[in-house]
Design a protein around this ligand. Structure first.
Ligand code: ADP
Ligand code: MG
Length: 478
């Protein structure tokens, strides 16, 4: 049986964060009553003319600069003609031959730490269509045009990904980047970040690509993984059964985990693209370009490098902390509040992440905010509590039992015992009952010492300062 290679290219529709639409002044706010946010332009009333939204252009340029792309200083809007109830004009305004952003790329990091550069073909500005609504109707459909004219940046990759893993890593990296740049809110449930995944397979070693099928509108990383896995095994099975893959657009059904052809893919020719006579060429001026360059935030890659050099973090920890903007800012807020950076990093990647995952919360929703975590870590560093007790304090803070780190330590009597008189007394009591361990230790078994220290810790209900206990026990047994 032949070995198969998977080939994947992604087209991602990112909804830009402008307050108003791409060619009209209507609001882009999500969730309004149907057709309350559609102006004459969005409704395609005869004679209504589009006016370019500067904010959408700025966001596209920001993206292009972030990925090292060429910014076309003069790009063209085109009409993409097709007929569908949610498209009142009968065409979508998009960019075809000359998009605003061309080339560039993103570096992705896979689970095993390997990196790969994903080349982008282009990113172009376009308007979203409206939405057909079926649920509230019996034997008829409604059309909601609130979404018509919402600004999108469609970001297209070259067919350079070779596995579902790479495709997901790319989609996640892109998702992080657009949120870093604050050009898209990334809300996948509301459709602000939708991926079309083009998949083909070819025998390992073959130069030509196989015929692709395009899985439309995936709005979660989990579905993306499932859809690609299914599609790949389906295509391989088809070819091995002697059938040919037909180019098609397919939909993923989350209930069955299967992909199903929606329509055979139209030729690009069918859209009868032509330059939109209502819109002049889009010009990015020197002034605009310079202003946006000056306003670029620190990007994930640069932040990762800085985290490891400035705070002495491992590359892996720095990468995990810099991948999304909220985690990065949580980390730096905690460090700036005075706590040790490495300890803070360990806590975020350990307890904080585990608790967030368990409750399916984002770091912005963490009940333990950055300053509180910083205070907790500071109490470990200054010897007030041990690491182990700190977990108890963390849990109490997480469940909202007390308002501050010190209040929890106080209320629960968790303060570490560092008073040597008190510690010596506990050690003496434990030693009095540990003849066997003492004999073992004197016979050269280091482990016996650890077990005595363990008993002392237990006797102090975890509150003894472990380093001090260690010293005292060693001294007494010497
Ligand atoms: P269209 O304009 O018809 O959507 P494009 O040529 O622009 O087609 O390609 C769309 C996407 O499909 C791009 O992301 C590209 O990388 C990807 N792609 C093209 N050919 C293949 C293939 N044989 N297998 C997988 N992906 C492909
Ligand atoms: Mg396409």
């Amino acid at each position: 049986m032949a070995q198969w290679e998977v080939v994947i290219g992604l087209e991602t529709h990112t909804q830009l964060t402008t307050v108003s639409k791409i060619f009209s002044g209507s609001s882009t706010e999500f969730g309004a009553a149907p057709n309350t946010q559609a102006s004459v332009v969005d409704l395609a009333m005869p004679g209504a003319l589009p006016v370019m939204n500067r904010g959408a252009v700025e966001r596209a340029v920001k993206f292009g600069l972030a990925i090292g792309a060429k910014i076309n200083r003069r790009s063209i809007f085109a009409r993409k003609n097709y007929f569908y109830p949610d498209l009142p004009k009968g065409y979508q305004i998009s960019q075809f031959e000359t998009p605003i952003v061309q080339g560039g790329g993103l570096t992705i990091t896979l689970d095993d730490g390997a990196t790969k550069f994903i080349e982008l073909t282009r990113a172009h500005l376009e308007e979203d269509a409206g939405k057909s609504v079926h649920e509230q109707f019996d034997a008829e459909s409604g059309v909601d045009l609130n979404r018509a004219g919402t600004p999108l940046l469609e970001i297209v990759t070259e067919p350079v990904m070779r596995s579902a893993k790479e495709a997901i890593a790319y989609a996640k990296t892109l998702h992080n980047l657009v949120r870093y740049l604050d050009i898209c809110d990334g809300n996948m449930q509301e459709g602000s970040f939708r991926c079309d995944v083009n998949v083909s397979v070819r025998p390992m070693g073959q130069k030509e690509f196989g015929t692709r099928r395009e899985i439309k509108n995936l709005n979660s990383f989990k579905f993306m993984q499932q859809a690609i896995d299914y599609e790949v095994q389906w295509q391989i099975a088809e070819i091995e059964d002697g059938r040919k893959i037909q180019q098609a657009t397919v939909l993923f059904n989350p209930d069955t985990g299967e992909t199903k052809a929606m329509r055979s893919k139209e030729d690009a020719m069918d859209y009868r693209y032509f330059p939109d006579p209502d819109l002049p060429p889009l010009v990015v001026s020197d002034e605009m370009l310079a202003r946006i360059k000056a306003s670029m935030p620190e990007l994930p890659e640069a932040k990762c490098a800085r985290f490891s050099s400035q705070y002495g973090l491992s590359h892996y920890d720095a990468l995990l902390l810099s991948q999304d903007g909220s985690t990065a800012s949580y980390f730096e807020t905690a460090v700036n509040a005075g706590a040790d950076a490495k300890l803070v990093a360990n806590w975020i990647l350990g307890e904080v992440s585990a608790s967030l995952n368990r409750e399916d919360k984002t770091i912005e929703q963490s009940p333990v905010n950055a300053v509180r975590l910083s205070n907790l870590v500071a109490r470990i560093s200054d010897g007030t509590i041990s690491h182990k007790i700190a977990k108890t304090v963390f849990e109490a803070l997480w469940s909202g039992e007390a308002a501050s780190v010190d209040a929890v330590i106080e209320a629960k009597g968790l303060k570490q015992i560092s008073d040597s008189g008190t510690l010596e007394k506990i050690v003496d009591e434990v030693l009095a009952k540990s003849a066997a361990q003492i004999a073992d230790y004197k016979a050269g078994k280091e482990k016996a010492l650890m077990s005595i220290v363990g008993m002392v810790m237990k006797a102090s209900q975890g509150k003894a300062n472990p380093a001090q206990v260690n010293d005292i026990v060693r001294r007494k047994l010497a």
